[in-house]
Design a protein around this ligand. Structure first.
Ligand SMILES: NC(=O)c1ccc[n+]([C@@H]2O[C@H](COP(=O)([O-])OP(=O)(O)OC[C@H]3O[C@@H](n4cnc5c(N)ncnc54)[C@H](O)[C@@H]3O)[C@@H](O)[C@H]2O)c1
Length: 406
């Protein structure tokens, strides 16, 4: 029986908890402790999710007392590195949420810690590569249906429900996340690396804060919705979950989306050169009219177009990541000289993130775990790309050598 400690009373960890409670895992894995800096949040979490475990506000004390076999790290992005490194050096298996960390320096520290402890099981939870669409595209590339891959286009749209949600939370402060280039784009960068079976060598990019925060001075600007003078009239008022955040919480996920403290971009574009020679044009808009992703892969003998688009009412209360809201998913293959594109069937995924969660959890919690799970190095490669993009944006679009960042 593997004894698991949850590092972070986060909303994300509920996905892990849900799966660990399934019949197939509940006799082989046991959640034995929880750690977070916010005791009130842990209490709220335990009550809401009926979890009876000891709680700690000191990571070392938790490890010394509980001696877990595995930790699952789902704290604020900037803090992952500390817990990942400590776990590795204590020979505790570690699953870290993406992004593995937020800058090149932390990447180096994690790479060194893994080199000191090569035998320790360590995973970066890059679930996005396990969506049915991504797995299908990967299989098509490997089957050689488009020949050698030459270029890629990757467009990400985050609508004003999902995209804006980042600007209400810690994610919108560079010190916590280093920007969506890390927090969000690490999913896309990992998918690129996975699909192309390569790694990035150069990145150049530009970005802006276009819609949220100080770029858009707003008559309803405040600090936090629940205490804001405009709360009865502001169309962007947000009510957070009071079961999880006690009245004395230092942080609540209802920060004003018009706050001048927002210091990240909500709109950026990049060009990425991969070791394999592929050039990729990439863009993210976090204030889009609708949600979705379009990936185009141009090969010597064919072209793949993968589209996932979600249309929803801005007031729709369904979960942002609910599989059922995908309203338009298409995968087409254009073979050179063959006229009309072929429509390729994609199996429908079950569960969170369009099936991607179950894809990765099944591998992590299998006994023994599957051997082709995203590694620390995979996590590092995605972070380096994000950090390089942030650096390029800061320097007005100059070309950054990704692998030389460490
Ligand atoms: N793979 C995915 O699809 C996916 C989806 C959502 C979130 N995530 C990741 O999961 C993580 C959690 O995200 P969330 O939105 O659920 O966060 P959240 O805001 O719900 O929870 C973050 C927790 O971290 C705690 N925390 C803050 N600073 C800390 C510190 N110094 N030490 C210990 N704990 C600290 C907070 O008290 C909070 O309970 C992030 O890294 C995010 O990138 C991954």
């Amino acid at each position: 029986m593997a004894r698991i400690a949850l590092v972070g009373a986060s909303s994300r960890v509920t996905a892990f908890l849900g799966v660990l409670r399934k019949d197939i895992y509940k006799d082989v894995h046991e959640v034995v402790a929880m750690f977070d800096i916010d005791p009130g949040k842990m209490e709220g979490f335990k009550k809401k999710f009926q979890l009876e475990v000891p709680c700690f506000t000191d990571f070392d004390e938790m490890c010394d007392t509980i001696k877990p076999d595995m930790v699952i790290v789902t704290t604020v992005d900037a803090t992952h590195a500390e817990f990942v490194i400590k776990a590795l050096d204590r020979k505790i298996a570690v699953v870290s949420e993406k992004p593995l960390c937020i800058n090149a320096e932390q990447c180096k520290q994690i790479r060194d810690a893994k080199a000191r402890n090569p035998e320790v099981f360590a995973v970066t939870s890059h679930n996005a590569r396990y969506s049915p669409m991504t797995l299908k595209v990967k299989a098509m590339i490997e089957e050689g249906v488009i020949g050698k891959v030459l270029r890629m286009e990757y467009t990400e749209m985050l609508d004003r429900k999902h995209g804006t949600s980042y600007f209400r939370r810690w994610n919108s402060r560079r010190a916590c996340s280093n920007g969506l280039e890390l927090h969000k784009s690490c999913h896309h960068f990992d998918k690129m690396n996975f699909l192309l079976d390569s790694k990035a060598v150069e990145i150049t990019g530009m970005g802006d804060l276009n819609y949220h925060g100080q770029r858009n001075p707003h008559k309803y600007e405040g600090k936090r919705c629940h205490e804001c003078e405009h709360k009865d009239v502001c169309p962007d008022f947000f009510a957070y979950d009071k079961e999880l955040f006690t009245s004395d919480a230092i942080y609540t996920p209802d920060l004003c989306i018009w706050s001048p403290d927002i210091d990240i971009e909500d709109n950026y574009a990049a060009v990425i050169r991969f070791e394999s020679g592929v050039l990729c044009s990439y863009s993210v808009c976090a204030h889009s009219q609708y949600e979705g992703e379009v990936i185009i892969i141009e090969g010597e003998t064919g072209r793949i177009e993968a589209k996932n688009v979600y249309f929803r009412d801005i007031n729709d209360q369904s979960n942002i990541h609910d599989t059922n809201i995908i309203t338009n998913q298409t995968l087409t293959l254009c073979r050179f000289g063959k006229g009309e594109p072929e429509v390729i069937e994609v199996p429908k995924g079950e569960g969170g993130h369009g099936g991607a969660d179950l894809g990765i959890f099944g591998k992590i919690f299998a006994t023994p775990p599957a051997d082709n799970i995203p590694t620390m190095e995979d996590g590092i490669q995605a972070v380096l790309m994000g950090a390089a993009l942030v650096e390029s944006i800061k320097k007005g679009g100059c070309v950054i050598k990704v692998q030389e960042m460490i």
